[in-house]
Design a protein around this ligand. Structure first.
Ligand code: NCD
Length: 304
């Protein structure tokens, strides 16, 4: 039994182990083979913030392994609107399930929840903090597409300040020995904590404001959405919304083998024309959430 709170909790070997297990589970994830491994187990999904892929892929993962799912998506129909604290909700929900997947707008919420939970907590996004299970599926996608997890150059593009997926991903990519370029609008740069870590381990590439500057030296273009909901001032959001567009023209300047990833949802960062190009991997990436979360659940809930 263990919590999944931050990517820092995992060594390179442990991450590779999750990815290897995920690879073995692809057939079950597709519904081409069946499993009863988690029969009788219950997963609780406590989502205080909107989600499509993360919640549904966790639920599919649990169902495909023969387990059951309870939970809420949005707090409107829960006692949170009556003023119940996160601590009390977690105390109780953890009594109903074998693990709790938590998404919450506050950074540090998942860590806090571990203090009140009697079962493992899985962080499905804590504000602008981290999103470690997304990172694992991102790594799975990179390994599948590039055949390796080291010696690559990744350009993280978009809202690097508030985007939690790029925080945990940057730490993980550095751990494996990849160079990371940081491309963001002014004011949405990667937090110092991440940038100085990348620098200290020698994995920081170019930090700039324009994707054109790094595209010729990019194996993976990882685009992200501007996190509108985290802006204290919407005028600031309007200033940067729509600033970057991944389009065929940009991709034509990239090297052979370049792939485009995005945690999704996209708003307008990637033009629809890109979807049918061979570089587009974001929908495969979204599917990969199922086998990767199956692997994690088999370890956290199944005790493997
Ligand atoms: C992301 C998130 O919630 O952090 N979505 C996801 O889990 N795939 C990215 C986003 O909302 O922009």
């Amino acid at each position: 039994m263990r919590d999944v709170i931050s990517i820092h909790d995992f060594s390179v070997e442990e991450i590779v182990d999750v990815l290897d297990r995920a690879e073995d589970m692809v057939d079950i994830a597709r519904g081409e083979a069946t499993s009863d491994f988690l029969r009788g187990k219950v997963l609780a999904c406590a989502f205080y913030e909107p989600s499509t892929r993360t919640r549904l892929s966790f639920e599919t993962a649990m169902n495909r392994l023969g387990g059951g799912v309870i939970g809420f998506a949005g707090t409107e129909a829960t006692s949170v609107v009556k003023g119940e604290t996160l601590a009390d909700t977690i105390r109780m929900v953890s009594g109903y399930a074998d693990a709790v997947v938590l998404r919450h707008p506050r950074e540090g919420a998942a860590k806090l929840a571990t203090e009140f939970s009697s079962v493992p907590i899985i962080n499905a996004g804590d504000g602008a903090g981290q999103h470690p299970t997304q990172t694992m599926l991102d790594l799975f996608t990179i390994r599948t597409e590039h055949g390796r997890l080291e010696g690559l150059t990744i350009s993280l593009v978009g809202d690097l300040r508030y985007g939690r997926t790029v925080h945990s991903l940057a730490f993980a990519l550095a751990k494996f020995g990849n160079t990371i370029n940081l491309v963001s609008p002014e004011g949405l740069e990667m937090p110092d904590e991440v940038t100085s870590h990348l620098k200290s381990v020698g994995m920081l590439g170019t930090a700039c404001h324009s994707p054109e500057e790094v595209i010729s030296n990019t194996d993976i273009l990882y685009a992200t959405r501007i996190q509108k909901e985290r802006f204290p001032d919407l005028v600031e959001y309007e200033r940067v919304a729509g600033l970057y567009r991944v389009d065929p023209e940009l991709l034509s300047q990239g090297p052979d083998g370049l792939i485009v990833m995005h945690p999704l949802p996209r708003v307008n960062e990637i033009l629809p024309e890109v979807d049918k190009m061979p570089q587009a991997k974001y929908f495969d990436q979204a599917f990969n959430g199922v086998p990767v979360r199956m692997a994690l659940l088999s370890m956290v809930v199944g005790g493997e």
